[in-house]
Design a protein around this ligand. Structure first.
Ligand code: F6R
Length: 251
């Protein structure tokens, strides 16, 4: 895995946004569409701001970009301020020009969730797979909502949100009792089949899990450790998040 370490998240996010746009252009030089899958949470917010700046300076258009996202709470309305649908619109989609038909955000309020999850896998395949996957990482090592215990072979499915994650999410829902207990998430296998993966992590509170994900055993107790098996996964982290790594690399 390639690890790039930056002084702070602002520098890391700016750098990642530029590389991401270059990667999109590289993909689009070889085929007619580029399929990207995006993360929510606090980590990518600065990255999305940088992307919007690049979009507004007309260095990129999203005409041939197909968007998926990683996860969504179950039994949440898309327009709820806590939904990841709302988040994606607020932080990115409302600020760029993109065709509605190219947006495939996960929906948390479908009747037949099993069938719906299968249909997401089919749709991703129909577009030729994910070209670029953006990830954050939970303090317990989750990627998407693939919580510890998730199998390497897992596909898009409904999952229980762990107690750890519920306690961290409580701040967004005012109280942990209000946090949904279930979500749907792209699976580990779905994520690993992306051709390029960028993961970002900022701050000291990610340092222990970053060490485990990069230098620890590849094991379902830390789902992000499965990224060690990918041949083109890149970590964008700041000095604080890198502080427990024994191998240091420079940006
Ligand atoms: C959200 C997602 C999660 C977050 C993770 C880190 O779409 O995929 O796995 O990336 O929970 O969240 P933050 O960035 O808020 O620390």
């Amino acid at each position: 895995m390639k690890i790039s370490i930056f002084d702070n998240k602002e520098k890391g996010s700016k750098n990642l946004a530029l590389l991401f746009v270059n990667k999109i252009q590289e993909v689009l030089s070889k085929k007619s569409i580029c399929t990207i899958s995006l993360a929510t949470g606090s980590s990518p917010i600065t990255f999305y701001k940088e992307l919007i700046k690049i979009f507004k300076s007309k260095k990129v258009d999203f005409d041939n970009i197909i968007i998926f996202n990683l996860d969504e709470f179950l039994d949440i309305e898309p327009n709820s301020i806590n939904s990841y649908n709302y988040y994606m619109h607020k932080h990115l989609l409302n600020h760029i020009r993109i065709k509605e038909k190219n947006i495939n955000l996960l929906s948390g309020n479908r009747k037949n969730i099993t069938e719906y999850c299968k249909s997401i896998e089919t749709k991703i395949k129909k577009y030729g797979g994910i070209d670029i996957q953006i990830l954050g990482i939970g303090r317990n090592g989750h990627i998407g909502f693939n919580e510890p215990g998730s199998k390497k072979s897992s596909l898009t499915r409904s999952v229980n949100i762990s107690h750890d994650s519920i306690s961290i999410l409580a701040k967004d829902f005012k109280n942990s009792n209000n946090v949904p207990k279930k979500a749907i998430t792209l699976g580990i296998k779905t994520i690993l089949s992306a051709k390029k993966i960028y993961l970002m992590a900022w701050g000291l509170n990610k340092s222990i899990i970053i060490k485990e994900a990069i230098e620890g055993n590849i094991d379902k107790s830390c789902p992000a450790s499965f990224l060690q098996l990918h041949n083109d996964a890149e970590f964008f982290i700041d000095k604080n998040a890198s502080s427990k790594l024994s191998i240091k690399s420079k940006s």
